[in-house]
Design a protein around this ligand. Structure first.
Ligand code: CMP
Length: 140
């Protein structure tokens, strides 16, 4: 089915000047960018976005990292977009990510892991709505 998923290019990858390289991977694999913006997240915005991780030991470091510089946020649309984006990203820990994935090629640590992608249809709906009203999503 045609799905939408939320993607974030994290501060490490924005700082490395590889937004275009990551966009190329989305585009050449059938994922269309139907909404996008650059955002410098406040602490409150980062905490809200990652609220499901609030009790995890890495939560403070995650918020600190995600507010360390601007991020690029986009909605990707395409056949099986949620799983496809996760395949393109590779495992959360770049050391465990398969060769040729975004994290294997561009990320340096589990915190500075270049990209985020929604993990289910339910999460995708919540995460997309967190950043984009439907009037800012341009599909077809
Ligand atoms: P992301 O997909 O953005 O979702 C939560 C983030 O927390 C994750 O990517 C990692 O960058 C970060 N993180 C740090 N430590 C861990 C961990 N042990 N397990 C999962 N995520 C972690």
């Amino acid at each position: 089915a045609i799905e939408r998923t939320l993607s974030i290019i994290k501060p490490d990858a924005v700082n490395k000047n590889i937004i275009g390289k990551i966009y190329s991977r989305f585009e050449s694999n059938g994922l269309k960018i139907v909404a996008a913006k650059m955002v410098y997240l406040s602490e409150r915005e980062a905490e809200g976005f990652y609220a499901v991780h609030r009790e995890r030991p890495f939560f403070r470091d995650l918020v600190k990292f995600m507010t360390s510089g601007p991020v690029m946020v986009q909605v990707l649309e395409g056949e099986n977009a949620i799983a496809k984006n996760r395949d393109l990203m590779g495992a959360t820990d770049p050391k465990k990510a398969a060769p040729g994935t975004i994290r294997a090629d561009f990320a340096s640590s589990i915190d500075a892991n270049a990209v985020h992608g929604s993990d289910s249809p339910e999460t995708a709906a919540v995460e997309i709505a967190y950043f984009f009203p439907s009037s800012e999503i341009y599909s077809r």
